[in-house]
Design a protein around this ligand. Structure first.
Ligand code: C2E
Ligand code: MG
Ligand code: MG
Length: 549
């Protein structure tokens, strides 16, 4: 490596700043899911007429030793401001910039004030600047740095922890400080073998559990990129996408390559999307570790739950941004060749089946809750889960999951069965089987009204009471309970010499309104001999009004 005299650095530093030999180079940070540029890191370069291009490794230490580093860092910030304003004047989208700070900066000057003064001078907002600090900065004097970071946060700056994992005390640092982004350097992992992969997956999982965003730097290969995408790492930086380049070149690169820049207005949207944990066994409902019975943690399960991220930017504008293998397999089981076929079908089809899904999607957008509905397609029952995880006024991101049942059905010989089942699903909104004798909900056959599956996991009388409270219009709650009263069902049917009882109640619809439904409880003569199951009754709900609600 090039040997540079310390004295050379010290003697020539001021001159190099003044004549522009030192300047910021820019390396884009890419949003993993969209591959758009979401920010850029500024890295110092010293182009000496004699010595050539000097890397920061040659001069940062010296500048720190001679307490000059703050001058470099503030100078790089000024460079950024110039580039920012140039981009602004060219009408280019304005993404944020990262600067690297040294711990010694804080010893020399009031950094927050110095940075704010420069931003004011160039009329650049604080949200355009991310502060990168290596963890070693924070190892001592915790209270002092915590105060400093709080004041940066209060002033609107995001703080990135650089080189996570390179120091000795990363976990302590994570515990003691609140960061916005964790930068994990791929170069700290000597190879990308299975051990490294497990470590990376665990770090990303942990970051999501504590609400910190993840960025991998030093990404050089497609293999690394694909792996990081699959574990849900939100942002990527490295030679695979682009090397650091000088300011003019960068602006040129933005204009020429058509490399798209993320709309700054969508920053929060993508941050929300990034919180979804791709590795969780239950990504839609929780973000935490799950300990399995065998002692494994959810995040190292090989077979994560089915998960897809589907963006909807209009009634027939649906796009698949991510799917894992389990989701793709689930869709194949219900008859799609690949997930893209489903997306095309959603965008194009007017078939009766899809409006149902539409309603489910709209309900999850409105409530932000996980909506779980049962469907039937090509001879396979499945439950489709949707949750709206982020939205702007133009689009929404839905996390979706799918669980199939009885998928070994031979679809070719089951076409008629498919037709019958569709006819039944078309007729009834909800079917539940119950066993009043043992006070049990035997099975929720299916529901297209989005009623909570929790009603099936409790004693029958409790389920009915909860259902009455949640779903039945106030004035009819008592009548509903009297009508469904489990211990007297059999007797009431016998008295009426009738196989079923039916009555109309106003039930809550996905849009929150109450509509009349015919509720029918029918005694079954299935002759099924299930262990411990008594006489079975089927509760069905059927819409009365024309629009199917
Ligand atoms: P850093 O902040 O972690 O920056 C990332 C380093 O990785 C940069 O090295 C970048 O050029 C390099 N890099 C990016 N992608 C790849 C890749 O795919 N493969 C490989 N092998 N390397 C990649 P650089 O520019 O030499 O900077 C080294 C360090 O010097 C930086 O590490 C940062 O800690 C420090 N530094 C750079 N500029 C400044 C500055 O203006 N002020 C301060 N205080 N420190 C700076
Ligand atoms: Mg950095
Ligand atoms: Mg780094």
């Amino acid at each position: 490596m090039l040997q540079i005299d310390e004295q050379f650095i010290v003697d020539n530093f001021d001159k190099a700043l003044a004549n522009g030999s030192i300047k910021a180079y820019y390396q884009p940070v890419i949003r993993t899911l969209t591959e758009k540029i979401c920010s850029v890191e500024a890295l110092a370069r010293w182009q000496d007429p004699v010595m050539g291009l000097l890397s920061p490794f040659l001069f940062i230490n010296v500048l720190e030793k001679y307490r000059l580093i703050h001058k470099l860092d503030l100078y790089i910030l000024e460079n950024i401001c110039v580039t920012y304003n140039e981009m602004k004047s060219k009408g280019l989208p304005l993404h944020p910039f990262s600067i690297n700070l040294s711990r010694l900066d804080f010893d020399e000057v009031d950094m927050l004030k110095a940075i704010s003064d420069i931003l004011k001078k160039y009329d650049v907002p604080s949200k355009a600047i991310h502060i990168e600090i290596t963890e070693s900065v924070m190892l001592d004097n915790t209270a002092y740095f915590r105060r400093i970071f709080d004041s940066f946060h209060d002033a609107g700056f995001a703080i990135f922890m650089d080189d996570f994992g390179s120091g000795y005390s990363s976990l302590n640092v994570l515990k003691d400080y609140s960061f916005d982004v964790l930068k994990i350097d791929m170069r700290f992992l000597s190879d990308i073998g299975s051990r490294s992969k497990k470590i990376l997956a665990s770090v990303v999982n942990m970051a999501k559990a504590i609400g910190i965003h993840t960025l991998a730097e030093g990404v050089e290969t497609k293999e690394q990129m694909t792996f990081l995408r699959n574990i849900g790492c939100e942002m990527l930086q490295g030679y695979y996408y682009a090397k650091p380049m000088d300011g003019e070149l960068y602006v040129q690169y933005l204009s020429d390559t058509g490399f798209q820049v993320e709309d700054p207005e969508e920053h929060h949207y993508w941050n929300d999307v990034g919180q979804i944990n791709f590795l969780s066994p239950d990504p839609l409902t929780e973000n935490d570790f799950v300990e399995a019975e065998n002692g494994d943690y959810g995040f190292i399960r090989e077979n994560a739950a089915a998960l897809a991220l589907i963006e909807q930017s209009g009634p027939q504008h649906v796009e698949l941004l991510y799917e894992n293998q389990a989701f793709a397999t689930g869709l194949q089981k219900i008859g799609f060749r690949c997930s893209q076929d489903m997306i095309t079908a959603i965008n194009e089809t007017e078939a009766a089946y899809y409006p149902n899904m539409d309603e489910q999607v709209n309900f999850s957008i409105k409530t932000g809750k996980v909506i779980k509905e049962d469907h039937f397609l090509n001879g396979v029952y499945f439950t489709y889960f949707t949750k709206c995880i982020a939205q702007t006024d133009k689009k929404v991101m839905l996390a979706a999951s799918i669980q199939t049942y009885g998928s070994n059905v031979d679809t070719s010989s089951n076409e008629m069965f498919d037709v019958y089942s569709r006819a039944i699903i078309d007729t009834y909104d909800h079917i539940t089987l119950m066993d009043p004798e043992h006070n049990r909900v035997t099975a929720r056959v299916y529901s297209k009204q989005g009623y909570s599956p929790d009603y099936s996991n409790m004693p029958l009388d409790v389920a009915l009471r909860n259902f009455a409270n949640e779903e039945v219009i106030e004035t009819e709650k008592a009548a509903f309970l009297a009508f469904t009263d489990p211990p007297t069902l059999r007797h009431r049917m016998a008295e009426g010499k009738c196989r079923f009882l039916h009555q109309t109640f106003n039930l809550k619809c996905p849009d929150g309104s109450f509509r009349p439904k015919d509720i029918r409880i029918t005694k079954l003569y299935l002759g099924i001999d299930i262990n411990g199951v008594g006489e079975m009754f089927m509760l069905t709900m059927q819409s009365i009004t024309e629009d199917g609600n």
